[in-house]
Ligand binder design. Structure first.
Ligand code: 5GP
Ligand code: ZN
Length: 114
């Protein structure tokens, strides 16, 4: 998608601190980190929201979580703990409409948010 910020990051057209990539996903540091660890895991495929996933994406969404766990482990948060967040549409807090899984660690979390 030509006008998508995260497609541009995937394609190297927009600078980002890439921490992991493979044939299915790219992961990079969030521009405005909410905690010491704040990465975003995106599918290479442009999928706008969680609503746009189909059964064909079953393996992909699982893989995104495995990558999230790997990033948290590598950053030293596997035992102490971390949070994954996937915001869907504006009411869910989504601002960039290319699916992304937040991986956040080292912050002070409450049960329901922030
Ligand atoms: P959302 O609110 O859509 O779930 O999260 C979007 C995230 O993307 C935010 O945490 C925001 O800081 C991050 N973000 C927005 N623009 C950029 C950018 O150009 N580069 C990077 N690395 N992160 C971005
Ligand atoms: Zn995109």
């Amino acid at each position: 998608m030509a006008d998508c910020l995260f497609c541009k990051i995937r394609d190297g057209l927009q600078p980002a601190d890439i921490v992991y990539q493979d044939e299915q996903v790219v992961a990079f540091r969030d521009l405005r980190p909410q905690a010491p660890l704040h990465d975003l895991v995106i599918p290479r495929e442009h999928i706008a929201t969680l609503n746009d996933l189909g059964p064909e994406h079953r393996e992909l969404i699982g893989h995104m979580h495995l990558v999230a766990a790997r990033l948290a482990r590598e950053a030293g948060f596997a035992e102490s703990g971390y949070r994954t967040v996937l915001n869907c549409n504006r009411g869910g807090g989504q601002t960039v409409f290319h699916l992304h899984l937040h991986v956040i660690g080292g912050g002070r979390f409450h049960l329901s948010g922030g």
